[in-house]
Design a protein around this ligand. Structure first.
Ligand code: SF4
Ligand code: SF4
Length: 339
């Protein structure tokens, strides 16, 4: 089998995710993430996977060699192995959530191929954000209002810190979008912190086994959330898996939302209400808003159609004029639950 054939077969496997509009960067990413032998094995393992015995039968490989290859691929983030299971199922990693979009950038600077991988991943993530995500056409994940800004009537399930409390153990990893961006374009990237991707529950166990995160306490996870908000990052995704802290310079979801105009992020349940009698029109909130939802003239006003309800505008208002209230029902759009 030629090199081209093995990677083409692997591309064909991933084509169930409708990747034709990002075919070139996808192929480049596959070549950076998989050796030729790994590409052949990943096709046989498939997304449905199997136990070691089942895969030995399927591939005809010697068992120890097969196990070693699968473990190496799992450490690279190209195979998923359920953590803490005696006879686990091994599966080829999917595309996203978690998938190849993220796993290469989660603490993965440990192989000779890591730097070329970061270049390929950055190119792939940009195309994923600006071409693949808009084609989905509906929100694929959600935004959380930062806990410090929550109004008194917020329910526990509207509080990302509260949801994370139920989902230990906790871990932190490098941002899988920011790290590739920084390495691919030195000197031409945001200045936000790198180690901000918060893992919970099974993802933490998986990340610890695969050396893709380090364990932290719940209290430290909440401190990181708060620091991210103060720095200007937006909390997104699922606190039962991982919470991203996104900027629109690097992160696929926020970049996709901002650059393409497609509503790929579901806003939180809350919107800012600005006390115009207190607002000094300093403009800090407008500068910080990642989606340009704030206009400042005599005082600041918010376009709630654009607003994500993230609370990035909240902590730096010098006159404490910003409070959050429940978003009116008619301006709510819902997350798509099948992507
Ligand atoms: S106005 Fe901007 S910064 Fe404030 S909550 Fe809305 S999207 Fe976030
Ligand atoms: S940061 Fe506060 S004071 Fe400044 S424009 Fe925004 S709401 Fe007004």
């Amino acid at each position: 089998m030629t090199t081209r054939d093995a990677y083409q077969d692997l591309y064909d496997l991933y084509s169930i995710f409708n990747v034709h509009m990002i075919a070139n960067p996808m192929m480049e990413l596959l070549r950076a993430q998989f050796t030729l032998e790994e590409a052949e094995l990943a096709v046989k393992v498939d997304f449905s996977g199997g136990t070691l015995d089942e895969l030995q039968q399927k591939t005809g490989m010697e068992k120890n060699k097969l196990k070693k290859m699968l473990e190496t691929m799992a450490d690279k983030g190209t195979v998923w192995i359920d953590p803490g299971v005696e006879n686990p199922v091994y599966k080829t990693m999917g595309l996203a959530g978690p998938g190849l979009v993220e796993t290469g950038g989660w603490g993965n600077i440990k192989y000779p191929h890591s730097v070329p991988l970061m270049h390929a991943l950055h190119k792939f993530e940009k195309e994923f954000a600006t071409k693949w995500l808009p084609a989905v056409g509906v929100p694929v994940t959600r935004v959380w209002l930062t806990p410090a800004a929550l109004p008194d009537d917020a329910k526990p399930e509207e509080n990302v810190a509260e949801m994370m409390k139920r989902s230990g153990p906790w871990g932190v990893s490098t941002c899988s979008c920011r790290l590739p961006h920084w390495i691919a374009t030195p000197g031409d990237h945001c200045e936000f912190p790198l180690e901000v991707c918060l893992f919970t529950s099974e993802m933490t166990k998986w990340g610890l086994e695969r050396n893709m995160c380090r364990e932290i306490t719940y209290e430290r996870a909440v401190e990181i959330l708060q620091q991210c908000n103060e720095d200007g990052l937006v909390h997104t995704h699922d606190p039962n898996e991982f919470v991203c802290n996104c900027c629109n310079d690097c992160c696929v979801m926020l970049m996709g939302h901002c650059v393409s105009g497609a509503k790929v992020l579901q806003h939180s349940e809350f919107i800012p209400r600005i006390d115009d009698s207190e607002c000094s029109a300093c403009g800090v909130c407008a500068e910080r808003c990642p989606v340009d939802a704030i206009t400042v003239e005599a005082f600041a006003t918010v376009d709630i159609e654009k607003c994500l309800g993230c609370g990035v505008c909240f902590p730096t208002c010098p006159t404490e004029s910003i409070q959050f209230v429940r978003r009116p029902e008619e301006t709510t759009f819902k997350e798509h639950d099948h992507v």
